[in-house]
Design a protein around this ligand. Structure first.
Ligand code: HEC
Length: 266
């Protein structure tokens, strides 16, 4: 018995195996191992005051993301894919800027793993996109993807997924258009709509039915603000969107988009 426990302890103490970051930037693809990134000439020790995933101050070894995005231009579109199927859509411009908000790729050292994100959950590693001075550029919580394995350059969402587009005849200032932009920033990382999108995390929000059809409006708002306030279960994975992240006016626009799309089912 003592031997078994000793063996178990040994297994648990073995360092995590090295992880690979895949960069698929169009003309070039390349892989970086955690070791290479930890030794990168531009790697720094950084402090994050309000870490979005750990919800406390954190300290990381990190590389400025812009130095890894060789050849990427400000009007390009990037996607960060995580181990669990979360796929964050990100315009490249904020990721390339040097300040005041700055994007860093935090690298988990296999010899010194980061803490778990919660009971029974893994850490935010192997790679985690963090920001210094995020409030200076209005960086949203969805722009902090964790457990990242791949960063790719892709065509913009509207070109890749025409099934997400609202009616092209809508006026340029129609709230539905603003709602579509908010949907891409806040929801598309986890939800598909009309089967379109890359996420494999939450349910499709229009097929077979649209939540604006089967939720009473006040309950749908309640759900988006705080899913657990409508129904509770321990495995729920959808985060709430407080007013600081999505104002009342933005929530109106988002719901206008969802409702509009109920009339544009394939
Ligand atoms: C981090 C991933 C994530 C994000 C971001 C996210 N959701 Fe969800 N959502 C989920 C998951 C997963 C579920 C299924 C319930 C659960 O596990 O919490 C869900 C469930 C829902 C439901 C309930 C569907 C039903 O029939 O029960 C609605 C409505 C919804 N999401 C809307 C939204 C909207 C609108 C946004 C953007 C403002 C959004 N979600 C952002 C992951 C996410």
């Amino acid at each position: 018995m003592r031997h078994c426990l000793a063996l178990l302890a040994l297994l648990l103490c073995l360092p995590l195996s090295a992880a690979q970051l895949h960069l698929e930037l169009g003309d070039s693809t390349r892989q970086w191992s955690s070791e290479e990134l930890l030794k990168h000439p531009q790697a720094r020790d950084i402090d994050i005051d309000q870490d979005v995933s750990y919800k406390r101050p954190m300290h990381y070894r990190a590389v400025p993301l812009a130095t890894l995005l060789q050849g990427v231009k400000g009007d390009d579109h990037l996607q960060a894919v995580a181990l669990d199927g979360f796929a964050a859509e990100m315009p490249a411009a904020p990721l390339l800027q040097e300040g005041p908000a700055r994007a860093w790729l935090a690298v988990e050292d296999p010899a010194r793993p980061w803490p778990a994100l919660g009971d029974g959950k893994p850490s935010a590693g192997p790679f985690y996109l963090v920001w210094t001075h995020p409030q200076a550029s209005g960086i949203r919580p969805e722009q902090w993807p964790f457990q990242v394995t791949t960063i790719r350059r892709l065509a913009p969402v509207e070109q890749r997924f025409p099934a997400l587009l609202p009616d092209p005849k809508l006026a340029a200032n129609d709230p539905v258009r603003q709602g579509f932009a908010l949907f891409q920033q806040n929801c598309l990382a986890c939800h598909r709509l009309n089967g379109a999108g890359d996420a494999q995390f939450g349910p499709d929000l229009n097929v077979p039915h649209n939540p604006t059809e089967y939720f009473r409006p006040e309950y749908l708002r309640m759900y988006i603000r705080d899913p657990q306030s409508l129904r509770q279960w321990p495995q729920a994975r959808m985060p709430g969107f407080a007013e600081g992240v999505l104002s009342e006016q933005e929530l109106d626009a988002l719901l206008a988009y969802l409702q509009h799309m109920a009339g544009r089912r394939p």
